[in-house]
Ligand binder design. Structure first.
Ligand code: F6P
Length: 328
């Protein structure tokens, strides 16, 4: 597949994440450093199919490293799943003389990138950008650290009012399929219980644990629940269930929602995105394709996109154990 790369395209796809702008900036600046041209593609694959493409230089991406969201905007594209959609995308890349693509997104975006790359023998590199941290092949995804800190900050505030009123709060955080935000924000904010998609705690155990907490003298409690937790009950159903079975508790629910996706990226996410963006450009210059950039033990690594999509990023059981011990 080795072909001379002169112009690189970059797009953001799927759910946005803080730090995506820092990653765009890094790709454009690294391209400029290596004397390559670059373009940005608006609205992910949607924009690619419509030819919504803009030339970007190193100067065009100034003062975006600190901004949340993505200046290129993001979308989920059904048309890119079709052969016709991908053909339109390829034609626009060809017309704009783009030789390679950097896709910043999650596993859905990588699946599209892989199919496209194979179909057209087109070089692509993926950068993991999602607050969920659910991508295999990297310890951290771009946006996760910021979202985690946003969640902890808000849960701390909920703790204040929970404690003033001796209440039990159920707080729902994002994570349709992954419990990284719930588990770590739960530990960080001192939650009594944490419910995640990877582990089935069971409703009975939840009741027992809350009852034990009350008996041990706790006057207020927090339960952090990931959107897709394994009980299969949503946060409101969980709250009603506990209210019915433990009427001593005054229960409230708080859903944090999309606030977790916004805001200025943390320094960690800015640096991670910068390192990953540089690595992506260097891999392309090296003739590599169909890889995702990751960070393992603070080193930049690359793994096959196929593996990144197929495998699951597993929760560290040691962290689960810590959460259990902390809720004593
Ligand atoms: O970015 C991932 C994620 O935050 C999930 O945790 C959540 O379920 C989903 O996005 C919601 O995204 P949207 O509202 O864009 O469909």
């Amino acid at each position: 597949m080795k072909k001379l790369i002169k112009k690189i395209g970059v797009l953001t796809s799927g759910g946005d994440a803080p730090g995506m702008n820092a990653a765009i900036r890094a790709v454009i600046r690294a391209a400029s450093y290596y004397k390559l041209e670059s373009v940005g593609i608006y609205r992910g694959y949607e924009g690619l199919i419509e030819g919504d493409i803009i030339t970007l230089t190193a100067r065009d991406v100034h003062h975006i490293i600190q901004k949340g969201g993505t200046i290129l905007k993001s979308a989920r594209s059904d048309e890119f799943r079709t052969i016709e959609g991908r053909k339109k995308a390829y034609d626009y890349l060809d017309k704009n003389e783009v030789d390679a693509l950097v896709v910043i997104g999650g596993d859905g975006s990588f699946t599209g990138a892989m199919v496209f790359s194979k179909e057209y023998n087109f070089p692509v590199i993926g950068l993991p950008g999602t607050i969920d941290n659910d991508i295999y092949g990297t310890d951290f995804t771009i946006g996760y650290d910021t979202a985690l800190n946003t969640a902890v900050e808000v849960i701390d505030k909920i703790r204040d009012t929970a404690s003033s009123h001796n209440r039990l709060f159920f707080v729902e955080v994002m994570g349709r399929d992954a419990g990284f935000i719930a588990l770590n924000s739960g530990i960080g904010a001192g939650a009594e219980e944490i419910l995640i998609p990877e582990e089935d705690m069971g409703l009975d155990r939840l009741l027992l644990s809350l009852e034990k907490s009350r008996r041990s003298g706790k006057t207020s409690s927090l339960v952090v629940v990931a959107e897709g937790d394994k009980t299969g009950e949503n946060v409101f159903q969980l709250a009603s269930y506990v209210e019915e079975n433990l009427p001593q508790y005054d229960v409230r629910v708080s859903v944090l929602g999309h606030m977790q996706r916004g805001g200025a990226p943390s320094c960690f996410d800015r640096v991670l995105a910068s390192r990953m963006g540089v690595k992506a450009v260097e891999l392309l210059l090296d003739g590599k394709s169909n890889l995702m950039v990751g960070m393992i033990n603070n080193e930049m690594v690359d793994i096959d996109l196929e593996l990144a999509v197929k495998e699951h990023h597993k929760i560290n059981p040691e962290i689960l154990r810590v959460s259990e011990i902390m809720s004593v």
